[in-house]
Design a protein around this ligand. Structure first.
Ligand code: ADP
Length: 164
């Protein structure tokens, strides 16, 4: 049984999805009644994988980890708008370090000004994922390194397909 009847949204670039993201999703999955992973199409960072690829990798990763009822969507506008659209009262974010904390605090307070009815909830991943990021994964994946334990199996396939 779920611990709450709240719906939450987990937004991010997921370029690509890593085991750190999966760890946060699994924690959210236990806690919230429904979890929607919202992949941001537009970002200040130029994405390596297209929005279609990021969405497909995430959907297949959800199957891989038996998280079939997790909805995966993409969005272009503000995170609070997509949260409102899906009736989510919680924005879920992951924190790895004090650097994440500074950035996340700023985002959360801005979002809370725009949508006071929505609460941001932070989760820490397991210690082994603290140093894991999509950018590290991209670096290793592009140079053909072994990503075992860092990403879902499907992500390895995408790098093997010859994204370079
Ligand atoms: P964004 O560009 O919005 O930061 P990311 O895909 O990089 O998107 O991250 C999405 C969310 O997941 C953020 O809250 C980020 O802090 C968190 N996150 C990223 N990597 C990890 C990790 N290894 N462990 C826990 N949370 C993480």
């Amino acid at each position: 049984m779920k611990s709450s009847n709240l719906k939450c949204i987990y937004p991010g670039s997921f370029d690509p999805v890593t085991m750190g993201h999966i760890d946060v999703i699994m924690r959210g999955y236990k806690l919230f009644q429904e979890i929607i992973v919202a992949i941001s199409e537009v970002s200040s960072k130029q994405p390596f994988f297209s929005i279609e690829e990021r969405k497909e990798m995430m959907s297949r990763a959800m199957e891989e980890f038996g998280l079939k009822d997790v909805k995966v969507v993409s969005y272009k506008g503000l995170t609070v708008e997509i949260a409102r659209f899906y009736g989510a009262k919680v924005i879920l974010r992951g924190i790895r370090s004090s650097r994440d904390y500074e950035v996340e605090l700023q985002k959360a307070s801005l979002n809370s000004k725009m949508a006071p009815e929505i609460e941001t909830v932070f989760m820490f991943p397991a210690e082994k994922y603290i140093h894991l990021s999509s950018s590290i994964v991209r670096e290793i994946g592009i140079s053909g390194g072994d990503l075992t334990g860092m990403v879902p199996e499907v992500v390895k396939e995408y790098f093997k397909k010859g994204k370079s």
